[in-house]
Design a protein around this ligand. Structure first.
Ligand SMILES: Cc1cc2nc3c(=O)[nH]c(=O)nc-3n(C[C@H](O)[C@H](O)[C@H](O)COP(=O)(O)OP(=O)(O)OC[C@H]3O[C@@H](n4cnc5c(N)ncnc54)[C@H](O)[C@@H]3O)c2cc1C
Length: 549
């Protein structure tokens, strides 16, 4: 009988523990050792922000396993407070410091799996040691204690998904919260006109949002901004992003990306075939096949399982990660998959873009909530680049359908063909995802020509509001002429042969009006997403990427 396989896994949380458990299920004889620098393994890092508000009141619910429970169930040798400091690829050993005893050990491996995660970015500015990070359970305990013991003012620096979740939960815990973001918008995975909806939701719940300005100094009780303002801060949370934890890999001479991160093949092997890398530390392929850093839990869990599969002789392939992400922001959900318009344009591509604002389910059934969807795709082939969604109930479902479509290589037009479940409490007979497909078909075959919200300011077309007079009176694009859709045939002479930009509230009546005018021989284009998208674009304190050149 062959000697048992010796597998060492570095990092005992998402990717590492997925690999360890799968490996045991596939190979009862392997010696599996998990080395974890921190005090806990297998904890729910994604749940950490929710203990701040007591949405998850019991902190122990975040601890999914202990070394003991893992040993009892899986016979895995789990060692916490064990930090790997070096890998010797020739000798097939790792050097480990046991922080409890200060002993330094050398452990042999046949196969090594790296899942060391990501490290927080700490800008080289004075006072960052006063700020709280949120990566681990001890971080959570310190932050929760400070939130309980200190005064009311909390500043969260960084408005990415984690920063926003922390801000929400500190606000729910009764704090006066200010979010500071150096970028011109919150939630950078969204384009500005959708991020504006999230910023509004934060403000509506009493969170102060400051964008477009960085910080210069943190003290124990304040944060100073680059524009000279000083904010009172009884506690400051720093969440300005993470970078792949690739230091061990680099020391060991494994190939890394230009901007960090461990390079792996589709089987998750590094440049050394006996060493795998999974999770945040490993680079993945994005929706366009480019190498990308995607620090999200799905990839870590999937890759951990696949690495264990491959290591035990199975034929596997990791197909990439379109960075599908979602967050709760008070009463709204913000979600995205694939690339946003900013990213697509930064690659030198000119995408087609659709905004829609359907209800979450049939309007005649009580409780429907608005959804705001954006689809970004190639105007010639219909290849999907990405999608974004902001709204109430059903937002998660739509982004997951769109992520599935992206993964399956469906085109924008294919979305019309998806046979999705329908009953009035859940959807409409034309699901919002189907509607994106209908609009895409119209845009791609030229049935409707559209202008985007950021193109309105530069147009010399007559701007025609086809909503009812009451809607027009409540707010309209400056200079717009109001002819309601139902009056358009009778009043067509008023257009005097002008080229027209039509708009309504969300783009649907505008589409009908545009078709009618086109049939009547008028040069008409529709404002994509209607007044709602235009209005969100006005409140976005950022110039659209298409206008930045
Ligand atoms: C507050 C928070 C909220 C999040 N929310 C979400 C969410 O809602 N959705 C989502 O998709 N993702 C979320 N994430 C991201 C998600 O948790 C990560 O993508 C995922 O945990 C990555 O798994 P990993 O195995 O690569 O790294 P981790 O789970 O971070 O595990 C890495 C472990 O390796 C250990 N380690 C590092 N170096 C060494 C060493 N030299 N020796 C020994 N041990 C070492 C670290 O101590 C760490 O415990 C969140 C993250 C945080 C911090």
């Amino acid at each position: 009988m062959n000697a048992p396989l010796r597998v060492i896994i570095i990092g005992g949380v998402a990717g590492g523990m997925s690999a360890a458990a799968r490996l045991r299920r596939l190979n009862e004889r392997a010696h599996i050792t998990v080395l974890e620098r921190g005090e806990h393994v297998s904890f729910a890092n994604c749940g950490l922000p929710y203990h701040l508000s007591d949405a998850i009141p019991d902190r122990d619910r975040l601890l999914l396993h202990t070394p003991d429970s893992l040993h009892r169930r899986f016979r895995i040798d789990v060692r916490t407070r064990h930090e790997v400091t070096a890998i010797d690829r020739q000798a097939h050993t790792v050097t480990v410091t046991d922080h409890r005893s200060a002993d330094v050990l050398t452990l042999p491996y046949d196969k090594l799996i790296l899942s060391p995660g990501a490290a927080p970015v700490i800008p080289p500015l004075p006072g960052t040691h006063h700020a709280f990070p949120l990566r681990t359970v001890p971080d959570l305990e310190r932050l929760k204690a400070a939130a309980t013991d200190r005064g009311p003012h909390a500043v969260v620096i960084g408005a990415g998904f984690i920063g926003i979740e922390v801000a929400e939960n500190l606000r729910e815990a009764g704090k006066q919260v200010t979010v500071v973001e150096a970028a011109p918008q919150v939630l950078p995975p969204l384009d500005p006109e959708l991020a504006a909806l999230i910023q509004h939701e934060l403000q509506r719940h009493g969170v102060t949002v400051i964008t477009g300005v960085g910080f210069t100094e943190i003290t124990e009780r304040s944060v100073t901004l680059a524009d000279g303002r000083t904010l009172p801060a009884d506690l400051t949370v720093l969440a300005v992003g993470v970078r792949p934890e690739d230091s061990l890999a680099r020391q060991a001479g494994l190939e890394t990306g230009e901007r960090g991160g461990i390079l792996v093949n589709e089987q998750l092997q590094t440049s050394d075939p006996d060493i795998y890398a999974v999770g945040d530390a490993a680079l993945v392929r994005d929706a366009l096949g480019h190498t990308s850093f995607v620090p999200l839990a799905w990839g870590a869990n999937r890759q951990g399982r696949l690495a264990a599969d491959h290591l035990t002789g199975r034929d596997v392939r990791f197909g990439g990660h379109p960075a599908t992400a979602i967050a709760k922001v008070f009463g709204l959900t913000a979600a995205s998959t694939g690339l946003n318009e900013k990213q697509v344009r930064a690659l030198g591509l000119t995408p087609a873009v659709i905004h829609t604002h359907p209800g979450s389910h049939a309007g005649y059934y009580p409780g429907a909530e608005p959804l705001h969807l954006k689809l970004v795709f190639d105007p010639g082939t219909g290849r999907l680049y990405g999608a974004q969604a902001v709204g109430g109930q059903g937002t998660d479902k739509r982004i997951d359908v769109l992520a599935t479509a992206l993964h399956a290589g469906l085109t924008a037009e294919d979305l019309a063909d998806l046979p999705l479940a329908y009953a009035p409490p859940y959807s409409s007979a034309k699901d919002p995802v189907n509607l994106l497909g209908y609009v895409a078909q119209n845009v791609m075959d030229g049935t409707t020509r559209t202008l985007q919200w950021h193109e309105v300011a530069g147009t010399d077309r007559l701007v025609l509001d086809v909503r009812d007079p009451g809607e027009h009176a409540r707010g309209a694009i400056p200079g717009a002429v109001n002819i309601p859709l139902n009056d358009l045939r009778a009043r067509q002479a008023e257009l005097h042969g002008r080229s027209v930009l039509v708009y309504c509230q969300v783009g649907q009546r505008g589409h009908t009006a545009t078709r009618l005018l086109t049939e009547l021989g008028v040069d008409a284009v529709n404002l994509d997403g209607g007044y709602l998208t235009w209005q969100a674009g006005q409140t976005a304190s950022v110039r659209h990427p298409a206008l930045q050149a």
